[in-house]
Design a protein around this ligand. Structure first.
Ligand code: DPP
Ligand code: ZN
Length: 864
């Protein structure tokens, strides 16, 4: 297959001001009739995209074309000879019920819905399926009235009524020109939750959330999040909603998390529905941030869209940044930043330091679906954050205002975006662009230099950067790295925070000499997506854990210490020795205990301080290594912490226990998170008390956070109670698909005594739905990412099972299959035996001639 390249971009050769589509919905045979007004802007044939659809007829200005007047290939409709201005009518048919790719028009739970980003619209009708072709859409939907009482599309409903044969219709018009990837259509029977929002200019916007019958109460939190998002975007970015109504629809079968279709967002129900009994605090938190994310796309994505898919970060990186800022405002900046960086390190750093590494703006792809990655999204967001850190809040906001003003209604590029900040600041932004071109995570080395005491009155710190090679990019240039730093003594900071903006390989900065011992807090707030290699001693880190005014780095100091302990321990375990008791442990526990007892920190922060670096971070730092040794090192450190802090943990658990009636707010969630951390640490030392606390918590639980936390703890502890608890959990929740997903993922992560057979049995249970992405992600994804012992078994059974499941999914849904396969991206970080086992599976996958999606990922992972 031939890749698509950024350098080959050419504009479409027609202007398409208006598009009209008539849908006659039928699950087996839907007819789509389009009417497009085209005006030539450049020579050449008219080439339209289309896949898996039957072409019925083509008309130009009302005249039916002969079959010889056009060419149809697997992926295109080509009209060689067309006038300079004309109306094109195309009639096509498709089979939504047979569409298992969940791209284009498909049926989920008896309801019609669509997913068009990135290239799904071409499965609905022939059309220029590219983001830079923007058109004003009018959509008529005609469907059986009893089966599909609700008919929705983008924009405003301008007409509706009954027609013969028990059918009815609705006509929707979207006044904002948009690319077809933002098109949406929904039809079916829904319950609706209604509310409204008054905008900053006094317009009242009806808000409607459509859910499966009976689920409306579970949409209340999403609705609340939506209203807060709308208010926040006005306050923080001056952005007001534009259409006359805003709709969200929840569906159970969905490839992504959610989709920002203009005025009609479609959500995976797992990111929309929640109540105390069925959803965890993490679910609530994600619903809040994804509802915000999709809403924020209305400006960063829809009003200003992307010229081509290489510019994906333009909308995704910026929108993730905006949703992170929103969550920080809603839930506390420090805690939010820590969670975002943890996720960045576990997912994006793994990607950026493995075979799938690619720049935030890639230069080629086989399937664009494969580039909805942590790099485009999360690293993309970090780049925006660095801009803000570098330019300052006011100039950053000014640049955003210029962007919204200058590029509204266009399909833009990263260069145009950056030019707005150049205009706002007068800075030369050229060096910053390197972040968009260059893959890989920079290593930032920090060294303090001793200077002679007299007569020199200052001392120096030197920074040096190095980015290791990534596939296809051997040589790396220096990046512009904003480093926020500060000297900290035993009574707190000794100077104001400094901002050093590094632009070369090395840079040296001097600062005053202090008479007291001090440590340097580097990259406060995680001021750049880099891996820090500091010369900080244990003493430095303990000092920072206690004194750093930057909450992120206070947390980070503990993480750095833990990472060092974990890497040493994992290496010792791999070579068959037990780790020596580390002299740093006592001081580390002391600092942890102090944080735990300090009332000035919120509970969510304390819970994060008690959370270890992810296995992925340790794996990356210690690679190549046996992943099971990494996992056992985690158990060892948890046990050591629990031994060192047993009384503190028990007391804190007891103090957090009665949180009163459930509320999803950040403070209440923080209490539950801290309680959960204490319980799981106690379980790590197999404290007999932990088993009875967990059993009690399971019996008493009035919310899913406590219930599933107790269940997971019991499953780690093993023993009699586990099987019966699992079974009762299943019986209790088997009619709730979202909770059943949780059941499968907890089961997928257990250390079953009969190994892979238990997982295979789960995949054969009648409630396992192999065509539902959520269910498959729960079992197969949960297994590959969360069951270190079984997935990485040296007999290769885990890898084989996983590859089988990916191939099975690939037969139905290539984009979900390719995404699952990403779990193999760590393979070169593993020991030699496992590398060989995974290489064999990748070769096997490639040999089966999989979809383009899976082929691209497998080949990139395998390496040329
Ligand atoms: N554009 C979507 C999102 O990131 C993904 N389809 O919200
Ligand atoms: Zn997005």
């Amino acid at each position: 297959p031939k890749p698509t390249r950024l350098e080959d971009y050419t504009p479409f050769n027609f202007d398409l001001s208006e598009s009209r589509f008539d849908f006659r919905l039928d699950p087996r045979q839907t007819t789509v009739r389009s009417l497009l007004s085209l005006t030539r802007t450049a020579p050449g044939p008219l080439v339209l995209d289309g896949e898996n659809i039957d072409l019925v007829s083509v008309e130009i200005d009302g005249r039916l074309l002969k079959r010889t007047a056009y060419r149809v290939t697997q992926t295109q409709l080509i009209l060689d000879d067309v006038p300079d201005q004309f109306a094109l009518n195309i009639t096509t048919r498709c089979d939504p019920s047979a569409n298992t790719t969940l791209m284009g028009l498909y049926v989920s739970g008896g309801r019609f819905c669509t997913q068009c980003e990135a290239e799904g619209f071409r499965r609905i009708t022939y059309y220029p399926d590219r983001p830079d072709v923007m058109s004003e859409f009018t959509v008529l939907i005609d469907a059986d009235k009893a089966a599909y009482p609700t008919l929705l599309a983008n924009g405003n409903m301008i007409e509706a009524g009954d027609i013969d044969g028990g059918r009815h219709y609705a006509i929707w018009h979207d006044p904002f020109p948009k690319p077809c990837y933002l098109f949406a259509l929904v039809a079916g029977e829904f319950d609706r939750l209604d509310d409204s929002f008054i905008t900053m200019n006094g317009r009242t916007i009806p808000l409607e959330i459509y859910v499966d019958p009976g689920d409306a109460p579970k949409a209340a939190y999403a609705m609340d999040s939506l209203k807060r998002s709308m208010a926040w975007d006005e306050r923080a970015f001056g952005r007001e909603y534009d259409l006359d109504r805003f709709m969200i629809v929840a569906v159970r079968d969905f490839n992504f998390g959610a989709m920002e279709n203009k005025g009609l967002n479609i959500f995976n129900s797992s990111l929309l529905l929640a109540d105390a009994q069925t959803a965890t605090d993490l679910n609530f938190e994600r619903i809040e941030s994804v509802v915000a994310h999709e809403y924020f796309h209305n400006w960063t994505g829809n009003r200003i869209t992307c010229r081509d898919w290489f510019q994906l970060c333009l909308k995704e990186g910026f929108t993730v940044f905006r949703d992170q800022e929103f969550s920080a405002d809603q839930r506390g900046a420090a805690v939010q930043r820590i969670k975002d960086v943890r996720a960045l390190r576990a997912r994006q750093f793994a990607e950026d330091n493995g075979p799938l590494a690619h720049p935030v703006r890639p230069t080629e792809y086989l399937k664009i679906d494969n580039f909805y990655t942590a790099t485009i999204y999360e690293k993309g967001a970090e780049l925006i954050r660095m801009l803000k850190t570098w330019l300052g809040d006011a100039t950053f906001r000014k640049g955003c205002d210029i962007y919204f003003d200058r590029l509204d209604g266009t399909a833009a590029t990263v260069e145009q975006f950056i030019a707005c900040f150049e205009a706002a600041s007068g800075e030369d932004m050229h060096p910053f662009m390197q972040w968009y071109h260059q893959a890989g995570t920079p290593r930032l080395t920090v060294e303090r230099h001793q200077t002679p005491t007299s007569p020199v009155i200052s001392q120096v710190v030197s920074f040096s950067q190095m980015t290791p090679p990534t596939p296809g990019q051997a040589d790396k240039a220096p990046l512009m790295i904003p480093i926020r730093w500060q000297a900290i003594g035993d009574d707190g900071p000794l100077m104001d925070p400094q901002l050093t903006v590094m632009t070369t390989d090395t840079q040296t900065v001097s600062y005053p000499r202090f008479d007291v011992p001090h440590s340097l807090s580097i990259m406060q707030g995680f001021s750049a997506p880099a891996i820090l290699r500091s010369d900080a001693t244990t003493e430095d880190l303990i000092r920072l854990m206690g004194q750093d005014p930057d909450a992120f780095n206070r947390w980070e100091a503990g993480q750095t210490l833990a990472r060092r302990l974990l890497v040493d321990c994992a290496r010792a375990l791999e070579s068959g020795t037990m780790p020596e008791p580390d002299p740093a442990l006592g001081a580390f526990f002391g600092a942890l205990g102090k944080t735990l007892r300090d009332d000035s920190f919120d509970d969510a922060f304390k819970a994060l301080v008690l959370t270890q670096p992810t296995g992925m971070e340790v794996l990356m730092a210690a690679a190549p290594i046996d992943p099971i040794a990494v996992s056992e090192a985690g158990d060892w450190l948890a046990r050591a912490v629990a031994d060192g802090l047993r009384n503190d943990l028990l007391q804190t658990y007891a103090a957090m226990k009665d949180s009163g009636p459930f509320s999803p707010d950040a403070a209440s969630a923080g209490r539950r998170a801290l309680k959960g951390r204490c319980l799981s640490l106690l379980a790590a030392r197999f404290d007999p008390l932990a088993a009875s606390l967990a059993a009690q918590q399971l019996d008493d639980a009035t919310n899913m956070t406590d219930e599933i936390g107790a269940l997971i703890t019991l499953s780690r502890l093993g023993g009699q109670r586990v099987e019966s608890s699992m079974e009762s959990f299943f019986e209790k929740w088997k009619d709730q698909p979202l909770v059943l997903d949780k059941y499968y993922s907890v089961q997928a992560m257990r250390h079953h005594a009969d190994g892979i057979h238990a997982i295979i049995r789960l995949a054969e249970t009648p409630t396992y739905e192999r065509s539902n992405p959520n269910r498959v992600r729960a079992l197969v994804g949960g297994f590959a990412m969360g069951n270190v012992r079984l997935f990485h078994r040296l007999d290769g059974s885990g890898y084989r099972f996983f590859a089988d499941q990916v191939l099975d999914m690939d037969g139905r849904n290539p984009s979900v299959a390719a995404r699952l396969l990403g779990a193999f991206e760590i393979w070169r970080k593993l020991d030699a035996k496992r590398q060989q086992l995974i290489r064999d599976q990748l070769d096997r996958i490639i040999a089966t001639r999989p979809s383009k999606n899976v082929l691209e990922i497998a080949q990139r992972m395998r390496g040329a």
